[in-house]
Design a binder for this molecule. Structure first.
Ligand code: NAD
Ligand code: GLY
Length: 381
């Protein structure tokens, strides 16, 4: 069983967990764009969770060639004959491009998707981001349901409305904020996820502990073996706490003018690693893991974290079998790539750093020498 609220950090959240016997539902409070996040096992079979949240017009499911044979038949069956056009994309981060996006628009046109239609994004974060962006722009914006099937997408990318495709100049540079109408995180889909992808998702789970919730981090340190063994109740708890933290932060700052940037711990470093190594070589979560180590090392170089804190960050990531060493890009190349980050303001790279474990901050006025020192030490001169 998942721990009760006093055994974990849930009790502190403004989010409401509507407990029922089959699944849990969180609500992300965004006024007239509020929506439910359903978390549980077997949700793909529950068509009402989609039909209650989406308009009645034609629906287009966007998925990829890996996920389609695994989960599209279940979705089709559950929708019981409802007209469902299908767009099956090639798999991989390297396909998160304008060319692939054009294929989604073509499918929308062929299926005559109008403003009373909807997109169902069935897959991991790549599919969620492409399909979400297509929905944000088609007919100036139509509804999207996020149906995440990777751990990473269940704990992060499906929630909060960021959508994007990559540009050769950088990751996620072409995108929009477009909140889904519903998120359906079916934990059963995690059974078929490759081990490496599960571990990549754990990087984003650990991130929530590091930025905002030391008690959750303690829980992760204790329960990592259960998570790696895919114990469903442990996964359910990790997904729920992660989504609750993300929903709380997004409700405070939907468009990332303030605290939402904290969700990018490790990402400015990680995006540089992903871009330098070639999209898809390092998984997003792996790059974020190495990036969180760099953020911890920089925080230590600034005198904010102790060596013991940095060791703890490395240790929990190692427990999750994630990389803690960065590729030797060289400090200059890393800085060049980091300067493309969307958080750069007036030429300064704003970094998410840690004042303490469980207390991240967005820093702009840090000593740049400390950053260069860490990059040189960890990535070469
Ligand atoms: P992904 O979408 O590439 O999925 C990983 C792999 O797992 C793919 O090969 C996919 O086909 C396969 N897969 C998916 N579900 C499966 C299942 N149930 N069983 C077996 N295989 C399955 O990668 P991801 O880690 O889910 O997402 C990474 C992407 O998410 C990146 O592009 C990143 O930029 C983006 N992202 C977006 C946000 C956001 O807020 N929008 C946040 C974090 C990450
Ligand atoms: N993954 C960071 C965000 O959604 O803001």
């Amino acid at each position: 069983m998942p721990p009760t609220s006093d055994a974990g950090p849930n009790s502190n959240f403004g989010m409401v967990a509507l407990v029922n016997t089959e699944h849990h539902t969180l609500r992300i409070e965004l006024g007239d764009r509020a929506y439910p996040i359903h978390i549980g096992s077997g949700l793909l079979d529950k068509d009402a969770l989609l039909s209650d949240a989406l308009p009645s017009g034609p629906w287009l499911v966007v998925t990829n060639e890996t996920v389609a044979p695994l989960y599209l038949p279940t979705l089709r069956k559950s929708l019981n004959g409802r007209l469902l056009a299908e767009c099956i994309l090639p798999d991989g981060e390297q396909h998160k491009t304008l060319e692939t996006l054009a294929r989604v628009y073509d499918a929308m046109a062929a299926a005559r998707i109008t403003r009373d239609g909807a997109v169902l994004a069935l897959g991991g974060g790549v599919i969620g981001d492409i399909a979400g962006f297509a929905a944000s722009t088609w007919n100036r914006g139509i509804s999207v349901a996020q149906i995440p099937t990777t751990l990473l997408s269940q704990v992060d990318s499906s929630v909060g409305g960021k959508t994007a495709v990559n540009h050769p100049a950088g990751k996620n540079l072409i995108g929009a904020f477009h909140q889904p109408s519903v998120v359906l995180a079916d934990l059963n889909t995690l059974a078929t996820l490759p081990d490496r992808e599960l571990r990549a998702g754990l990087a984003e789970v650990i991130k929530y502990g590091l930025i905002a919730d030391v008690r959750f981090l303690e829980w992760l340190e204790a329960e990592m073996p259960r998570l790696l063994a895919r114990d469903v109740s442990a996964l359910a708890y990790a997904v729920e706490v992660s989504c609750a933290t993300k929903a709380r932060i997004v409700a405070l700052d939907e468009r990332e003018s303030g605290p939402r940037a904290l969700l990018n711990l490790g990402h400015t470093f990680g995006h540089a690693i992903e871009a330098a190594m070639g999209y898809g070589q390092w998984l997003h979560g792996e790059a974020v893991a190495a990036g969180m180590v760099l953020a911890a090392e920089t925080s230590r170089a600034l005198g904010w974290l102790s060596q013991a804190d940095v060791d703890r960050v490395r240790s929990v990531l190692r427990q999750a079998e994630l990389p803690t060493e960065s590729p030797r890009l060289g400090a200059d190349r890393a800085l060049e790539l980091m300067s493309l980050d969307k958080k750069v303001k007036a030429g300064r790279i704003r970094l998410v750093l840690m004042r303490a474990i469980g207390e991240a901050v967005v820093a702009a006025d840090y000593d740049e020498a400390a950053l260069r020192f860490v990059l040189t030490q960890e990535m070469g001169g």
